[in-house]
Design a protein around this ligand. Sequence first.
Ligand code: SF4
Length: 233
Amino acid sequence: MCGRLCRNISYLLCSIKGALEIIDGKAKVVNDVFCDGLGACIGECPEGALRIIEREAVAFDEEAVENHLEKLKEKEKSTHTHQCNCPSSQPIVFEEIWEDSELTGEIPSALRQWPTKLTLVNPTAPYFNNKELVIASDCSPFAYGDFHRKILRGKPLVTVCPMLGLGEVELEKLEQILKLNPIESIKLVLMEVPCCQKIKIFLDPILQTIDRQISVEETIIGRDGSIIQNRKI
Ligand code: SF4
């Protein structure tokens, strides 16, 4: 039995294809027709939770896999239209008129690096040689008006959309950034919507691979742009 969250790309691919599922903490083949028998998931599982057993099975059906993936794509599309119940896609209009605060003049950018997207950054870039790191979900700097002054100032930044842009490449990169640099604390800036929280599922297993204590503080931004929570996790 494996209690860890699985980041094994082969497992993830098999589960997306519909061949594997975690049931009561165990990875199980749930659909023989979706399993090509390659066994790529076996060797990569660090917990040894997957193994081959001999039994009668329905033959692999590539066409069934294609159909299944097509259906998944359609489902994904339909759950992210404005008609779904997902709070992140429900339209809201904020009526309040934007007004200048007492600050005068142009607010300078606190950004000290380029690029910022997790997909694009180089983990060995000199700007990561810092004790603090900001990980911000793509929407949060737009929602929180004082992002540069109150959060970004003096810190390196990576930005990512936890729902649409967090895959194996990004997770590997985040792990490298944390391994190769003296980062001791992470400021996680997320929107309040459930899809944005997904990054926390993956962050914990990554932190466990780092032989240094890294504290994480999360700031949750409401859809109206206010800070609704600030806490250590
Ligand atoms: S997951 Fe976060 S960053 Fe991505 S679309 Fe949803 S609110 Fe925006």
